[in-house]
Design a protein around this ligand. Structure first.
Ligand code: DGP
Ligand code: NA
Ligand code: NA
Length: 223
């Protein structure tokens, strides 16, 4: 393909993993790395708690509101759809997006509650497809000891909230891990998130560079 420069687009890079697997700090590191290489790049996250829908999600996660499992699933999805046109215009204008959680979280978390897997996938259909999904893999037991540790720190700091948010429970995280495994496809790369933070960072950098060279990410055109 000999696309014009105006056709070049950014890559959609998604980070997925269980709660506290390190996605947020790794997405910051990846952002600085790609910025340092001179790429136009932004870091996003879902849920985006700043929108009206995002505030409903945030209240739900903090156990301040109760919602039917299907209803909250659709809100998480709506929260991605409300950002779709901005996401597409950023990608089209050449900006690479590093996104902390995406549709895979939607399907993995809701199906872990027992909702039908196919039903969970349906509202995600048609969102921009990621070029690369980086899965930070860590045993649920390890995550849970981190969650409890953070809970103790919060308690000690009198900020309340032992056990963190709604989904931060061992049995539930195990189910989420199994649901994630059913979503793996060719765009996924799993990284051992139990390694030291710098080693994880290095592997993520290598994956992103490898992927962009192999698949010419800067010169694809959105379908
Ligand atoms: P985070 O802000 O990344 O810590 O995510 C908040 C929590 O919400 C976390 O437990 C994962 C969960 N979550 C993220 N996206 C979705 C989604 O689309 N659907 C459901 N059911 N849960 C989600
Ligand atoms: Na969380
Ligand atoms: Na997170």
């Amino acid at each position: 393909e000999n696309n014009q420069k105006s056709d070049s687009r950014g890559a959609l890079i998604v980070l997925e993993g269980l709660d506290r697997s390190g996605k947020t700090s790794q997405s910051c590191r990846l952002l600085s790395y790609l910025e340092g290489l001179g790429h136009p790049v932004e870091s996003w996250r879902f849920p985006d708690r700043n929108t009206g829908v995002g505030q409903m999600i945030s209240a739900y996660l903090a156990n301040k509101s109760q919602l039917d499992d299907h209803a909250i699933h659709l809100l998480f999805s709506a929260n991605r759809w409300e950002k779709r046109s901005l996401m597409e215009s950023k990608l089209r204008s050449g900006t690479t997006l590093i996104v902390d959680r995406y549709s895979f979280s939607g399907v993995a978390f809701s199906s872990a509650k027992g909702l039908d897997f196919e039903w969970c996938k349906a509202p995600e259909m048609g969102l921009p497809a990621p070029d690369l999904v980086l899965y930070l893999e860590i045993p649920p037991e390890v995550i849970c000891s981190i969650i409890m540790f953070v809970g103790e720190i919060r308690k000690a700091a009198e900020r309340g909230g032992y056990g963190g948010e709604r989904y931060e429970q061992l049995e539930f995280q195990k189910k989420v891990a199994r649901s994630y495994q059913m979503l793996y496809d060719a765009s996924w790369k799993a990284i051992d998130a139990g390694l030291p933070i710098e080693d994880v960072e290095k592997q993520l950098r290598e994956m992103v560079i490898w992927r962009s060279q192999t698949f010419d990410l800067k010169f694809l055109v959105l379908g």
